[in-house]
Write a protein that binds this ligand. Structure first.
Ligand code: UD1
Ligand code: CA
Length: 452
């Protein structure tokens, strides 16, 4: 069944106390909206429509970064969830299939849950996702008769008997797209909030002789983010799941509770991740690699057998081939390190390519930025870059070439050549001794004066 996702993201999010639209606050390095869209991917949607309000341009950009084909429509005034869904109508004109409504601030709906809803659609015209709440609070309540869903009542409008129901509305709904819009068109706003309630479609559907059913999920899946504190709780939930999944996948985590994953981190089996490692978005680590303590990785790839850290920083575009070693206080950005390269101490390598088995001495820096442009550094295979070499890009050091420690390399170094680019050393016999004698004598005179 072709499926369209309608993601409601027009909330002001006033309780976040933020200039940023609520759905753009991040969990695991991705906006809440992207998590909701990702959850919906389980249904392989043909269309994705995001209903935005406050900060629509920024929401539009974030939605299309996640899915370039997503359509963002604007709900100018927030008149209720049914009114929000109605804004998606024009964007879904002519679409034949199911529509599933998700919330942009609800990041954790599992694929299995959405699949169960699709399955339940075989027997019901409208399927609502419900959950048994530990504390039902102000959630809408699902009024059922046996397996059938009779109606949904908002807390504000509920009787005491209805408020005693523990089965709550998550807000997620699935129905045939045309049916959904036809039901929504019949929703009124004669209720305690004066809003157009999406849940009212259940009662309207039943009155038309259609059937409604409930799929249940764990309360944790429907966790919505309304405050900074809830955002923190969502992050903790995400991290707990990601750590458990990594262990399940055969990754060694020495101290899982100290490792921070991004939404898209991929780590191979038998890779080792030591304490206090942070993964930003876009990291892949192959099997058998080792990420040592206190390293920070983002937008990079680490191949089999490579060792990173402790205290290393891999920034976007860092590509480490097999058996590369990157050690303490080394920063790598937009650079490809071929097999077996070693950069073990205190270096910055940016906008560069380093050929296989080359050794980068401590303190080496690619001077890639002239204040306006970025320039490339090319280092051949089996080169030896002496400690504290400044490579002023654009520059090339050839295969098997060597730079002397402390050199400032401004010109290309041919294959096999040695480049020395530092002042020649002079030695003055006895000068240090005479110099110190002079200083000590001066100090003694000063102390004598102070005593007088
Ligand atoms: C809604 C449900 C309630 C359910 C609860 C689950 C309604 C009327 N009630 O209540 O049954 O238990 O979610 O969390 O649907 N939104 C828009 N435009 C609007 C109004 C809302 O885009 O005009 C979006 C919000 O940004 C939010 C979502 O829809 O993402 C839910 O709206 P909200 O006002 O939070 O509904 P609740 O009162 O929580
Ligand atoms: Ca809500």
């Amino acid at each position: 069944m072709p499926t369209a996702l309608i993601i409601l993201a027009a909330g002001q999010g006033t309780r976040m106390n933020s200039d940023l639209p609520k759905v753009l606050h991040e969990v695991a390095g991705a906006p809440l909206l992207a998590h909701a869209m990702q959850a919906g991917w389980a249904l392989a949607p043909e269309r994705v429509v995001v209903v935005a309000g406050h900060g629509a341009d920024a929401v539009d950009a974030a939605a299309r970064e996640h899915d370039p084909e997503a359509v963002v429509v604007q709900q100018e005034e927030q008149l209720g969830t049914a009114h929000a869904v109605a804004q998606a109508r024009a964007a879904l004109e002519g679409f034949a299939g199911d529509a599933v409504v998700l919330y942009g601030d609800t990041p954790f709906i599992r694929p299995e849950t959405l699949e169960a809803m699709a399955e339940a659609r075989r027997t019901h015209d409208v399927v609502v996702l419900g959950f048994e709440a530990a504390d039902p609070g102000r959630y809408g309540r699902l009024v059922t008769e046996g397996e059938a869903l009779v109606r949904i009542v908002e807390f504000k409008d509920a009787s005491d008997a209805e408020r005693a129901i523990r089965l709550c509305n998550s807000g997620v709904v699935a129905a045939d797209c045309d049916t959904l819009f036809s039901l929504i068109a019949a929703v009124g706003n004669d209720n305690a909030a004066g809003e157009y309630y999406l849940p009212d479609i259940v009662e309207i559907a039943r009155a038309r002789g259609l059937s409604a059913g409930v799929v249940r999920c764990a309360e944790a899946e429907t966790l919505g983010v309304n405050t900074r504190a809830e955002l923190v709780a969502a992050e903790a939930t995400f991290q707990a799941r990601a750590r458990a999944a990594a262990l399940e996948d055969g990754v060694t985590l020495v101290a899982p509770e100290t490792v921070h994953f991004a939404h898209d981190t991929v780590i191979g089996r038998d890779a080792v991740v030591e304490q206090n490692v942070v993964f930003g978005p876009g990291v892949t680590v192959e099997t058998g690699a080792r990420i040592r303590a206190f390293s920070h990785l983002e937008g990079c790839h680490v191949s089999r057998g490579a060792v990173v850290g402790p205290y290393a920083r891999l920034r976007p575009g860092a590509e480490l081939a097999e058996d590369v070693h990157v050690g303490n206080f080394v920063e790598i950005k937009n650079a490809v390190l071929d097999e077996g390269v070693k950069a073990n101490h205190l270096s910055y390598i940016g906008d560069a390519h380093i050929g296989e088995a080359s050794n980068i001495g401590a303190g080496t820096i690619t001077c890639n930025y002239d204040g306006v442009f970025k320039h490339h550094t090319e280092i051949g295979a089996r080169a030896f870059i002496g400690s504290n070499t400044m490579l002023v890009a654009p520059v090339r050091v050839g295969d098997g070439a060597m730079t002397a420690s402390g050199s400032v390399i401004t010109q290309d170094v041919p294959d096999g050549a040695l480049a020395l680019a530092r002042a020649r050393q002079e030695v003055k016999p006895g000068l240090a001794r005479r110099f110190f004698e002079k200083l000590r004598a001066a100090k003694a005179r000063q102390q004598q004066k102070e005593a007088e």
